[in-house]
Design a protein around this ligand. Structure first.
Ligand code: PLP
Length: 397
């Protein structure tokens, strides 16, 4: 028999995965072009041309023993040094090679950090709504994930007062995802300052570090010229988990990093332990070819204008027929209030071949998430279906 913990997970299933399978079923029945699948955060924009060129060049020019062998569990020093330099140039930081640990995406980075930090029973806080996998990541290391209630009145910015109330002596870390999945909100500098002040006060009160784990796979997906605030300047004990899954459309390649600021509490100990955690979690090291690749593509970005075009068309189309949407500043998600129960809404949307994820899957019922990393054509063709759905709920004017 499998472990009780895993048995529970197989029974619970994943709402997003189930939706994915439902999408395949509907596509087989109605034709793919007649199904509006907004369920997955899988970038639809191909990786930049330079990425393809560099993969070919690196594969053909690099000594195979160097390219395919084991390296330091932290990753190639050359890549780590270049990542550190790039961050220092962009954010005025003082990272060096041993501040950077290459990881198997942001998911790998978070698991490495949670393994590094948590004792059984330690609490990890997160602002709702949040990426539900965090609960699994924390329970992997027998920690307890506690949600800070969603700040609906504050348009889903973090609520510092609610954070203050949720902190206890057992709080080891706060996961903060900026730009945010599922809301598309970018947490402002002002919000980060308020969060930092609360955490600093709690560190003094409890007499131990409380780490801010900044989960940033969507960092560069920021619209209208916005810049996602760099968090280590606001709070000393910040550990950053980055990934190229979304910024270079490489989610299957599994490549990211952890950045540990030199001034952070126990920085060297965290780095040394995280390197071991990376090894013994079975990652061993981040994929070697991808490490070589990202070192050459630090200045590359995705086609933000294409996501922006989708964002505007979807927002305009949905608000026109009466939906209440949070206008997204970042990522590629739209967060929409449901007129009534969100699970019921998801079912009714499916009758119009629209697939979206209920807010309940992000610990925030009463909303749905629409992932608009789809073709523009899908957005345009889905709008009449959304209009019918709105009319069913009596929303359309
Ligand atoms: N964190 C958030 C908020 C995400 O949305 C995702 C993926 O969708 C991840 C982490 C995992 O990303 P990665 O592919 O870098 O592991």
């Amino acid at each position: 028999m499998i472990s009780a913990k895993m048995l529970k997970m197989t029974e619970g299933g994943s709402a997003i995965r189930a939706m994915f399978e439902e999408g395949a079923r509907l596509a087989a029945k109605y034709g793919r072009e007649n199904v509006y699948d907004f369920s997955l955060g899988n970038p639809n924009i191909p990786a930049p041309e330079k990425v393809r060129r560099e993969i070919v060049r690196i594969a053909s020019e690099t000594d195979p023993m160097e390219l395919h062998g084991y390296m330091s569990n932290a990753g190639y020093p050359e890549t780590r040094a270049r990542v550190a330099q790039s961050l220092n140039r962009r954010f005025g930081t003082d990272f060096h090679t041993d501040s950077i640990l290459m990881t198997v995406g942001a998911a790998g980075g978070l698991n490495v950090l949670l393994k590094t930090l948590l004792n059984p029973g330690d609490e990890v806080l997160v602002f709702a709504p949040y990426f539900l996998e965090y609960g699994n990541y924390v329970s992997n290391f027998d920690g307890v994930l506690k949600a800070v209630p969603a700040n609906i009145a504050g348009r889903f910015q973090p609520d510092a007062q609610a954070l203050r109330e949720a902190l206890t002596e057992r709080t080891k870390a706060l996961i903060l995802n900026n730009p945010n999945n599922p809301t598309g909100v970018i947490y402002t500098e002002e919000s980060l300052r308020a969060v930092a002040a609360v955490l600093e006060e709690a560190e003094r009160r409890f007499g131990h570090p409380i780490y801010l784990l900044s989960d940033e796979p969507y960092r560069e997906l920021a619209y209208d010229g916005r810049v996602t605030p760099w968090p280590t300047g606001f709070y000393r004990d910040t550990l950053v988990c980055y990934s190229w899954s979304k910024s270079l459309s490489l989610p299957g390649e599994r490549i990211g990093y952890i950045a540990i600021p030199p001034a952070c509490a126990d920085a060297k100990l965290i780095f040394d332990a995280a390197v071991i955690a990376n090894r013994i979690l079975g990652f061993v090291n981040a994929p070697s070819l991808q490490q070589k690749l990202v070192a050459e593509c630090l200045e590359e970005g995705t086609d933000l204008a294409a996501y922006d075009k989708n964002r505007r068309a979807l927002y305009e189309g949905l608000t026109r027929v009466g939906f209440d949407c949070v206008y997204p500043d970042g990522a590629f998600y739209m967060w929409v209030r449901t007129p009534g129960d969100d699970n019921e809404f998801v079912k009714r949307a499916k009758d119009h071949n629209i697939l979206v994820v209920p807010g309940s899957s992000f610990a925030c019922p009463g909303y749905v998430r629409i992932a608009y990393c789809v073709s523009y054509d899908t957005i345009v063709r889905s709008l009449p279906a959304f209009e019918k759905l709105a009319a069913e709920y009596g929303l359309s004017k």
